[in-house]
Ligand binder design. Structure first.
Ligand code: ATP
Ligand code: MG
Ligand code: MG
Ligand code: MG
Length: 439
């Protein structure tokens, strides 16, 4: 992409309404624009990162054997009356009345709708196990929307639902989700720690939240610092293997790690003192097992091997897709701007032409651009007439992992400059070596 043809409305001033760094940088880097309180337009670069995050989530869910579908955002209140949640959900639910006076709502989550799909089409234990998921916009009329996309009213969420014959099978689905989430967050350059949590309005006994440690996080967390040494890495896992998934769950949840809702001071004090941590975290996902809480009232049953009709065991599993942009920036930035992890960066590399209009510089930039594109990388080429300082400031702000700087002086010696956004280290080398380094 050439910057002169892109739409990147960078702001020079720091927006006064933004209280935390991720919100500030998302506004300044022209990624989002508030449409109304807690509701945002996703400008091209924000949208690009959102899609990268979404792609990783899809890949990891499909790898775990989960099946994507798409459900509507606007739902009939009738289903929610069946489960009893139309009244229970409270003021976070946006209620809508259509021209025929029918009650509708903008989905804050989708247990009811997915359970209705399941009961309409599945009747035998032979069709289990089944996990369906979607990535879809949600609406919650948060009392205090804030911090940009971190606590929006409209937000993008991955929500998955497992249907199983027995509790044991449903707990395997739970563990499978835990494993797939560990992989998902690590691919985004994040450490998200599974912590024992409280189940809230979704209901149920078993639940973990995934938290990214950050001073600006809204949750208070208590953990054993040994947990931060755990890495999922690139280990291979067979998602059908109960033992393998269980082992990962045990490895990642055996240390003390809890949110304030489930915190137990006595247990916490059993950890050696130098490993006790009290900190703040951003909730980027949550998994639940809730058994037959919805299948029973809604009649989602299957016939088991003995011919008996039994309610299925379910769980639901969410990832805050749009919130993740904020969480990633909170975890990875400096005072100049964002530092994108490679896995989610909107462009792989920035290309800065120090002297636009200089024949040698223009030609070299075009050749580097073509080479990067040919190997499947997406560069952002600053071909504008801005001065060098302004170009560098923009590149630092938008946080691409690499910058190649091309100027007439270097070209005379056959070199360009390659700069790592994360370390700030620069190196002069021939263009083809710079490209090879990035690839
Ligand atoms: P929170 O405690 O932050 O209000 P939640 O526990 O109500 O979140 P869940 O029902 O667990 O949210 O939804 C799954 C995920 O969706 C959350 O882990 C979070 O990452 C994301 N999420 C929830 N509410 C919002 C919101 N208002 N804006 C952005 N993301 C959200
Ligand atoms: Mg909430
Ligand atoms: Mg929560
Ligand atoms: Mg939650």
């Amino acid at each position: 992409m050439r910057l002169s043809r892109y739409f990147l409305p960078v702001l020079k001033e720091t927006p006064a309404e933004a209280q935390i760094v991720s919100h500030r940088y998302m506004l300044r880097a022209g990624m989002i624009k508030q449409a109304s309180a807690g509701i945002y337009s996703w400008l091209p670069m924000g949208f690009k990162v959102l899609r990268k995050i979404e792609d990783i989530i899809h890949e990891e869910q499909i790898r775990a054997g989960h099946i994507p579908l798409l459900m509507p955002t606007i739902q009939s209140a009738d289903l929610w009356r069946e489960s009893g949640r139309y009244d229970d959900y409270g003021q976070e639910m946006l209620r809508i009345t259509d021209r025929h006076d029918r009650d509708l709502l903008f989905s804050p989550t989708a247990e009811e709708l997915i359970t209705d799909i399941f009961r309409s089409h599945v009747g035998s234990y032979k069709d289990l196990p089944l996990t369906l998921y979607q990535i879809q916009w949600k609406f919650r009329d948060e009392i205090r929307p804030r911090f940009g996309v971190m606590r929006g009213r409209e937000f993008y969420m991955k929500d998955g639902y497992n249907f199983d014959l027995t509790k044991e099978a449903a707990l395997h689905a739970y563990n499978r989700h835990l494993v797939s989430y560990l992989r998902t967050y690590e691919r985004m350059g994040l450490q998200a720690i599974p912590m024992r949590a409280d189940s809230g309005p979704i209901g149920g006994d078993d639940t973990h939240e995934f938290l990214v440690l950050a001073e600006t996080g809204e949750s208070e967390v208590f953990y054993d610092s040994a947990i931060t040494d755990l890495k999922f890495g690139d280990r291979q896992i067979d998602y059908d293997s109960v033992e393998q998934c269980q082992a990962v769950l045990e490895e990642f949840t055996s240390r003390y790690a809890r949110t304030d809702e489930t915190h137990d001071e006595a247990l916490f004090n059993e950890i050696p003192e130098d490993r006790r941590r009290v900190a703040r975290g951003i909730e980027v996902g949550q998994i639940f097992y809730f058994g037959t809480k919805y299948s029973e009232p809604m009649g989602a049953t299957v016939v088991d091997a003995d011919g008996n009709r039994v309610p299925v065991h379910m769980g639901s599993h969410g990832i805050g897709v749009s919130r993740l942009l904020g969480a990633i920036i909170e975890a990875s930035h400096d005072d100049k701007g964002i530092i994108w992890p490679e896995g989610v960066t909107p462009f792989h590399c920035g290309l800065v032409n120090l002297k636009q209009g200089d024949e040698a510089a223009d030609t070299a930039c075009q050749a580097i651009y073509a080479s990067l594109t040919a190997i499947g990388l997406e560069p952002l080429y600053d071909d504008t007439a801005e001065r060098a300082g302004a170009k560098f400031a923009t590149m630092d702000l938008i946080g691409l992992p690499w910058r190649i700087t091309v100027g007439p002086r270097g070209l005379k010696n056959g070199v360009v400059e390659l700069t790592s956004r994360r370390t700030g280290a620069s190196e002069e080398l021939p263009p083809e070596h710079a490209i090879a380094r990035i690839a």
